[in-house]
Structures are given as structure tokens and as C-alpha cells.
Design a binder for this molecule. Structure first.
Ligand code: SF4
Ligand code: SF4
Length: 109
């Protein structure tokens, strides 16, 4: 499923030559349009890697789970922390569960 960009939250990464989501997408699928908002130009090529979702500093992107897994109402939202990522999973009935994982090892010199 393609990423869904909330136009109220997206500011096109104003001030950056390339937006975070454009930079992150391994398929080069995201672009900032004339409207100053991010879009996915080839939804069918998106493989739900969530890289764009995780990189957006404004939490403006989400992906919808493929219908084979959870139908359209199901959501998976990553909340990025400094050393951890919290995945907020919402099923088709609106039940939400969160999972928190460390995503970096503390480096001590
Ligand atoms: S990273 Fe977020 S704020 Fe920046 S262009 Fe993409 S969706 Fe918009
Ligand atoms: S989920 Fe992955 S493949 Fe799909 S648009 Fe975002 S970065 Fe690209």
C-alpha cells in the first residue's frame, strides 16, 4: 500500500534541498510537488518498508497495512525516539497495542 501523507502536517521539509522522505525511499518513489507537499508517484511500487514514515520529522506519513494482513483501517505507526522506536499498531477494530524497542546501542567511549 502506498504511504499516506497528511497535507496538514507535511511542510515539504522546507529549507532542505531534498526532503527526508525522498532521501529515505529506496525506490525513489517520493517527491515534493508544486503544492509543497510530499507525494508518492508510483504507489504500486511501494513495498511498505516504512523508511519514509520513520524519517519524517513531522509524523506526516503513515502506511496502511495491505488488506491481506489487516484491511484498510489497520495502521502501523512508528514513533521515533533517540535510542528507541515505538510501534503503535491499530487493528481493524480500533484496538491499539504499542511495542517499544531499542534501535541503537549506547556507545560509551
Ligand atoms: S519528510 Fe515529512 S515533512 Fe518532509 S516532505 Fe516528507 S512527508 Fe513532508
Ligand atoms: S514505504 Fe518504503 S518503498 Fe514505500 S514510499 Fe516509503 S520509503 Fe518508499
Amino acid at each position: 500500500m502506498p504511504p499516506i501523507v497528511d497535507p496538514k502536517k507535511c511542510n515539504g521539509c522546507a529549507g532542505r534541498e531534498e526532503s527526508f522522505c525522498e532521501e529515505a525511499c529506496p525506490g525513489d518513489l517520493m517527491y515534493v510537488g508544486q503544492d509543497g507537499k510530499s507525494h508518492c508517484h508510483a504507489a504500486r511500487d511501494c513495498w511498505d518498508c516504512m523508511s519514509c514514515v520513520k524519517m519524517c520529522p513531522r509524523n506526516a506519513i503513515e502506511t496502511r497495512m495491505p488488506y491481506q494482513l489487516g484491511y484498510h483501517k489497520a495502521r502501523l505507526v512508528p514513533l521515533m525516539g533517540k535510542n528507541a522506536i515505538t510501534w503503535k499498531c491499530t487493528d481493524i477494530n480500533g484496538n491499539t497495542v504499542t511495542y517499544k524497542y531499542r534501535n541503537r546501542l549506547d556507545v560509551k567511549d
